[in-house]
Write a protein that binds this ligand. Structure first.
Ligand code: FES
Length: 157
């Protein structure tokens, strides 16, 4: 179903409770991750699957490495909320400026394309490419790697 699809190129981003497309200024510089979901151009909010949730952050683009900046829109970056270790959702607060998973302590650097700063995760956090259309944030590229945990299910045995 369209509401269960991952973010698609051309989708807007909205807060999980809202339907008004977010703009770059919806996301404050250097603040905690902002939870968002994609919304199709015809208004389908893709919130049926929690794993399609996106965390938005914003930095001064001049401070970002080229690869990360290229996927940003006016400094706004998007990442999956799902930890690559075993699929827990990441915390809604940064720990020492890193995206943090409270399940087993993994950390990811949002300013470096989601690279692993701390295990046990071994795979970088998938980054969503963002753009701007008519002043609003849109999805410009799909996640750059697979969303989901590598140890899904095994960890609880
Ligand atoms: Fe995130 Fe294990 S699921 S650290």
């Amino acid at each position: 179903a369209p509401d269960a699809m991952p973010p698609q190129v051309g989708d807007f981003l909205v807060s999980p409770a809202g339907s008004t497309p977010l703009t770059p200024d919806s996301i404050k510089l250097d603040s905690k991750p902002f939870e968002a979901v994609a919304m199709s151009p015809d208004g389908v909010v893709r919130n049926a699957e929690y794993e399609n949730t996106v965390l938005l952050l914003r930095y001064d683009p001049a401070t970002l490495p080229a690869e990360t900046a290229a996927k940003s829109a006016e400094g706004v970056l998007g990442y999956t909320i799902i930890c690559t270790h075993a699929g827990c959702p990441l915390s809604d607060t940064l720990k020492s400026k890193l995206l943090a998973c409270d399940c087993h302590g993994s950390r990811f650097d949002p300013t470096k394309n989601g690279e692993v700063a701390h295990g046990p995760a071994v795979r970088k956090l998938p980054q969503l490419g963002l753009g701007i259309k008519d002043g609003q944030l849109v999805v410009a590229e799909a996640f750059d790697s697979r969303v989901g945990g590598d140890m899904m299910g095994e960890d609880d045995r």
